[in-house]
Structures are given as structure tokens and as C-alpha cells.
Design a protein around this ligand. Structure first.
Ligand SMILES: *[C@@H]1O[C@H](CO)[C@@H](O)[C@H](O)[C@H]1NC(C)=O
Ligand SMILES: *[C@@H]1O[C@H](CO)[C@@H](O)[C@H](O)[C@H]1NC(C)=O
Ligand SMILES: *[C@@H]1O[C@H](CO)[C@@H](O)[C@H](O)[C@H]1NC(C)=O
Ligand SMILES: *[C@@H]1O[C@H](CO)[C@@H](O)[C@H](O)[C@H]1NC(C)=O
Ligand SMILES: *[C@@H]1O[C@H](CO)[C@@H](O)[C@H](O)[C@H]1NC(C)=O
Ligand SMILES: *[C@@H]1O[C@H](CO)[C@@H](O)[C@H](O)[C@H]1NC(C)=O
Ligand SMILES: *[C@@H]1O[C@H](CO)[C@@H](O)[C@H](O)[C@H]1NC(C)=O
Ligand SMILES: CC(=O)N[C@H]1CO[C@H](CO)[C@@H](O)[C@@H]1O
Length: 401
């Protein structure tokens, strides 16, 4: 249900002063808060109806970005409005994900609201929140798997995608530490999912990058006959996977799971180096297909680029990456500034737009070069603008040091 015109008018009236106060305070929170308020103005990241399940990833991603925003700026004028919006987004998914058998008919993206549900339940002890987050957890056990235990991303037979890991790994980890602390097999399974993708999706030519996904049965038209891997390194899917590693490192208790934690760190560091090396030297940001730099039709894509900026900065901030040797923050800052100059649109009326985000790329396709570069490019996709909020928060945090 769309918010009524009256409510929207009231919201707009309260929104513009929030933008002005963010800017007037000369605050470093400029773009992160401003983009969040713009997403709120557009009513994005909230399910429009109980059947709007294609928006589950947008909702979960918005919740994660907004939660992080509140953590970084707990005393901003906009904090209360942002908290209310997170609650609205979480409430909008509670019904739709409340049944595990229903949940397994959705892609793995369904799990992206899991962390928001946990946070809300810890605060409110609301039964409906608990029911839904337990249904999501149960749906992991019910998810169809390939012969090695790798979860299918969706209904496509034996296909696993990097994309699913951002929704799965941080939720699986946080659920286990909150509600099921002695269940080491849950953490082992979470690690297995990340591991199977890591070992099957190795990109050719020793770049250290990972391709979009693999088909365990190796029957897809695009599948590598040995590994089952798909042919190309798609920026946003690698962005999801990289963010999954860094966010899981932050959530997994290092003292309880030292070996698992160390393995995640090794892989995150390798990926951070590979991603830094794959940056486009001219723009400073990342291609839609990282393995085909400069090829005709390929372009710099705004969601994947923002995800890499976030991951590199965050890895350095948490002390997981050696910045002195590799200059990760220089790479990330340059990319961020390019993103601001190229993709952020000032509408001149208090709102910001975000351009250059590719729509869905699926492996239920030919997965050819032409397919990936031919997918439509969206304006104001939350998959780009929420990634931009996360990138901005890290940039702002690095700048304030
Ligand atoms: C809140 O808004 C007021 C009025 O615009 C401004 O003076 C103040 O600096 C803002 N506070 C913060 C924390 O942004
Ligand atoms: C916010 O960003 C805009 C656009 O870059 C800039 O003109 C303005 O000075 C910034 N405001 C603050 C307070 O940093
Ligand atoms: C522990 O996790 C495993 C793997 O997800 C799961 O199969 C099992 O049901 C969990 N045990 C409990 C008691 O929840
Ligand atoms: C790997 O290298 C070959 C030969 O240089 C090149 O044709 C191919 O496009 C590269 N593949 C990837 C995925 O980078
Ligand atoms: C601001 O401009 C954008 C783009 O033109 C438009 O979609 C939006 O409705 C406008 N918002 C306000 C508050 O005027
Ligand atoms: C978004 O980017 C496309 C391609 O560069 C451009 O044609 C379009 O005008 C941009 N949209 C806005 C609102 O800036
Ligand atoms: C997979 O692709 C086929 C062929 O384009 C299409 O008919 C089918 O609807 C797709 N499946 C899903 C679930 O999108
Ligand atoms: C090769 C492979 O992993 N095939 C699996 C595809 O998924 C079905 C359903 O789980 C399994 O039974 C197959 O082993």
C-alpha cells in the first residue's frame, strides 16, 4: 500500500528541514544522511504489499545501510526519522517471510532482512518478529542443495551465486550467536557455503577474482566443464560476496571460532588485493564486468563500485587490511570521489538521485558478455543507493580521522 498523499505531504514537510539541518551543521554526514533521506522520500526499501516479495533484497539492504548510519551518527537530527523508517521496513517483511515453507520459494535474498529482524526483536521482544526470524532460519535447513551441500540460489537447478552470500552469511552468523550459540554445525555450514563458491568460482588468468556463480551439475550452456563456473566476473555479485566476508568477519566471534575467522580473513585480504588491482586506472572505479576492462559496451557500474569502496575502507578501519603496503584507502577514496561526481545527481529540491546501477543479471541466461552489458541500467535503484550510503559512511569515517 502506498502511503497516502496526506502522509507524504507531512513527511516531505519534515524532510526538507532535515536535509537543511544536515547541510547547515557542516557535518561530515553530508552524503550518507542525504542519500538516506532521499530514499525515504522515494518510499524505497519498504515492501509495497505483502506480495511484493521481489523487493525483499531492497528492504533488507536498506535496513542494513540505515542501521549502520544510525550507529555512526546517533545524535543527528535525522536519527529518529531513520529509526522509524527502519522499523517500517522491518515491519513490512514480517508477514511475507513468516512461513519457512513459503520462504524457500523465494531466492536467497529473502534472508537479507534477517539482521534487521534480530535487532528489532532484541529491542521489542515482539512475537511476530521472532516467528519470522525463526522461519527464515528454518528456511536455511529446507533450502535445496547440490551434491556437495551447496545451497541453490533459487529455483535454477544446482546453480549457486555469489550474490546470495550477503543475505545468508551475516544472518546465519548473527542468528547463531544470538539464539543458538552452541551450534557449531551452523557456523560450519555457513563457512561451507562461502567455501564452495570460493573454490568453484575462481576466475581464469590468476586474477584472484571470482566469477558470478557455478552449476554443480555442469549442464548449463555457460558452465565450465571442470568447475561448473560461469564465464564472467560480474561487479555487483563480487561486491555482495566481498561485503559478506567483511560483515561476517565483524560478526563472527574470533575467540570462539579462531580457525574459521582466520580463513575468512585470508580470503577477504586476497579478494581486497584482487579487487584493488582490477580497478580501472582511468576512472578509478570498477567495470560492470571486471574481467573485460575497456571492451566495447562495458561500462563503470555504480552499485558494484560502491560495494568495493565500502569493503576496502571497512577492512582498513577494522584493522584487517594492511593499508601501508597496499594503499587500499587511496583506491577507495578515488573511486568514491568518481562515484560522487558521476552517479550522484542533485535534484536541486533537497533530494539526491543515484544513477548507473545495472538491473538484475541472472545465470538463467546465456551469461555471455553481450548479456551482461546489455541489461538495463536503472536510475535510483536502491541496490546502488544503499551501497552508496555504506560507501559514504566509510569515506566520512576515514575523513574524520
Ligand atoms: C540540528 O539542526 C539544527 C538546526 O538546523 C542545527 O543547528 C544543528 O547543528 C543540527 N544538529 C546536528 C547534530 O546535526
Ligand atoms: C555537502 O555536499 C555538497 C555537494 O558536494 C557541498 O556543496 C556542500 O558544501 C556539502 N556540505 C557540507 C556541510 O559538507
Ligand atoms: C544447528 O545447525 C544445523 C545446520 O544449520 C541445523 O541443521 C540444526 O538444526 C541446528 N540445530 C539446532 C538445535 O538448531
Ligand atoms: C584470460 O586471458 C585470455 C588471454 O589473454 C583472454 O583472452 C581472456 O579474455 C582472459 N579471460 C578473462 C576472464 O580474463
Ligand atoms: C525533486 O526532484 C525529483 C527529480 O526531479 C522529483 O522526482 C521529486 O519529486 C522532487 N521532490 C520534491 C520534494 O520536489
Ligand atoms: C543517468 O545516466 C545516463 C547515462 O550516462 C544519462 O543518459 C542520464 O541522463 C542520467 N540520468 C540522470 C538523471 O542524470
Ligand atoms: C528462466 O529462463 C527461461 C528462458 O528464458 C524462462 O522461460 C524462465 O521463465 C526463466 N525462469 C525464471 C524462474 O525466471
Ligand atoms: C551435480 C549435483 O550437485 N547435482 C545435484 C542437483 O541438485 C539435486 C537436488 O538437491 C541433487 O540431488 C543433485 O545431486
Amino acid at each position: 500500500m502506498r502511503v497516502s498523499a496526506l502522509l507524504l505531504a507531512a513527511f516531505t514537510a519534515s524532510f526538507i528541514p532535515l536535509v537543511h539541518s544536515t547541510q547547515a551543521s557542516g557535518h561530515a554526514s553530508n552524503y550518507s544522511t542525504w542519500m538516506a533521506l532521499s530514499i525515504m522520500y522515494r518510499e524505497q526499501g519498504v515492501l509495497a504489499s505483502s506480495t511484493d516479495v521481489s523487493a525483499l533484497l531492497q528492504a533488507g539492504f536498506t535496513q542494513k545501510a540505515f542501521t549502520r548510519l544510525m550507529k555512526q551518527y546517533p545524535h543527528a537530527n535525522s536519527t529518529q526519522a531513520i529509526a522509524q523508517y527502519i522499523a517500517r521496513s522491518v515491519d513490512s517483511v514480517v508477514g511475507p517471510v513468516g512461513n519457512a515453507l513459503q520462504d524457500i520459494t523465494y531466492p536467497m535474498d529473502r534472508l537479507s532482512s534477517g539482521n534487521g529482524l534480530i535487532d528489532q526483536y532484541v529491542k521489542t521482544q515482539n512475537d511476530a518478529d521472532l516467528t519470522s526470524l525463526m522461519a527464515l532460519r528454518e528456511s536455511i535447513n529446507l533450502n535445496t542443495r547440490n551434491a556437495n551441500g551447496g545451497m541453490w540460489y533459487y529455483v535454477y537447478k544446482n546453480f549457486s551465486y555469489l550474490d546470495g552470500m550477503y543475505s545468508l552469511a551475516p544472518f546465519y552468523t548473527s542468528y547463531t550467536t544470538h539464539f543458538d550459540a552452541y551450534n557449531r554445525s551452523a557456523i560450519a555450514d555457513m563457512m561451507l557455503q562461502l567455501d564452495l563458491l570460493w573454490t568453484h568460482c575462481t576466475a581464469p588468468n590468476d586474477t584472484g577474482l571470482l566469477v558470478h556463480g557455478y552449476d554443480a551439475s555442469k549442464t548449463a550452456v555457460w558452465a565450465d566443464p571442470v568447475s561448473g563456473a560461469s564465464p564472467h566476473v560480474w561487479g555487483r555479485s563480487l561486491g555482495w560476496y566481498t561485503m559478506a566476508l567483511i560483515d561476517t568477519l565483524e560478526l563472527l566471534p574470533r575467540e570462539v571460532y579462531p580457525k574459521e575467522w582466520a580463513l575468512l580473513l585470508t580470503r577477504f585480504s586476497r579478494l581486497a588485493s584482487a579487487v584493488s588491482k582490477a580497478v580501472d586506472a582511468y576512472s578509478g572505479a570498477w567495470w560492470q564486468l571486471l574481467d573485460q576492462p575497456g571492451r566495447s559496451g562495458n561500462y563503470i557500474e555504480s552499485s558494484g563500485s560502491a560495494m568495493f569502496v565500502y569493503s576496502l575502507f571497512k577492512g582498513v578501519r577494522l584493522g584487517y587490511l594492511d593499508n601501508r603496503r597496499s594503499g587500499f584507502t587511496d583506491v577507495a577514496a578515488r573511486a568514491y570521489e568518481y562515484i560522487v561526481d558521476t552517479f550522484v545527481v542533485n535534484n536541486g529540491n533537497g533530494t539526491l538521485g543515484y544513477n548507473g546501477t545495472v538491473s538484475v543479471c541472472s545465470l538463467n541466461s546465456t551469461a555471455t558478455y553481450e548479456y551482461y552489458v546489455g541489461q538495463p541500467i536503472n536510475y535510483n535503484s536502491v541496490l546502488g543507493s544503499a551501497a552508496f550510503i555504506l560507501a559514504s559512511l566509510e569515506y566520512e569515517s576515514a575523513r574524520s580521522l
